[in-house]
Design a binder for this molecule. Sequence first.
Ligand code: PGA
Length: 304
Amino acid sequence: MNLTLRQLKIFEAVARCLSYTRASKELHLTQPAVSMQVKQLEESAGLPLFEQIGKRVFLTEAGQEMAHYARSVLDTLQEADQVFDEMRGMERGCLRIAVASTANYFVPRLLAAFCQRYPAVKVSLDVTNREGLLNALADNEVDLVIMGKPPDSMDLLAEIFMDNPLVVIASPQHPLAGEKNIPLQRLQEETFLIREQGSGTRSATERFFIDRDLSLSSAMEMSSSEAIKQGVEAGLGLGLLSLHTLEMELTLKRLVLLDVQELPILRKWYVMYRTGKRLSMVAQKFREFVLEESQSILDLPTLS
Ligand code: PGA
């Protein structure tokens, strides 16, 4: 059926008022204009929609069907309008974020506080390592990313919102546990459990040691901070991880921090997005929320 939205609106008014005169007044149109639109609609339906008996206007059977469908189309459009209004006013919308595996130790707490404030917001959270995040940014798959230092190779708008100290951990039974002021060189004699290639923690650690002409020659690679913590606890070696992944183990004293000269490695957490990306209202709000409120919402362990 070939019809216009304007015909549908006019038809709906006449069907509701059962009067051309009243419908024309309501629509601020002339009566012939209203009759013409209804006539065209009847032509495209191939059936009469109204019948006039005496002075009264009635819907035909086809008219009653058309009234039902017209109302449902117009209601659906109104609903869409409301959704867009809400999106503009930020009550709804979908937030697509991707965060570094290390940031996943605190980002869910931020999301919980954000969703409490904006309950109709839908969230899609992807957790991956630094390399995965850079791919997601390059392919424009996400609104915002939370990770360590932004790469030079991509045009990004990146803002710091929190410190991210990388610390050395050991099992409480390790011979170095409790020692003060351990020289950095001493770590070269130890086996280290390190993150996989592509991890930001790993690249920051490597850079730190290379810059000081040192290297961690005995290393065992593990693909998550969880695996490293379990391995260190079991006595496989030492680990170098973000302090933010260690809250529970330090509280329960399953792991201890080593007091090593020149450490911790001082990294920062950034919230970032591609230059030129048009952030949705929800994404803009979340970005502001992270920048302004994460420190007060997250009660993360600190070194001082
Ligand atoms: P991760 O951390 O890739 O080691 O989880 C990301 C980062 O620190 O940038």
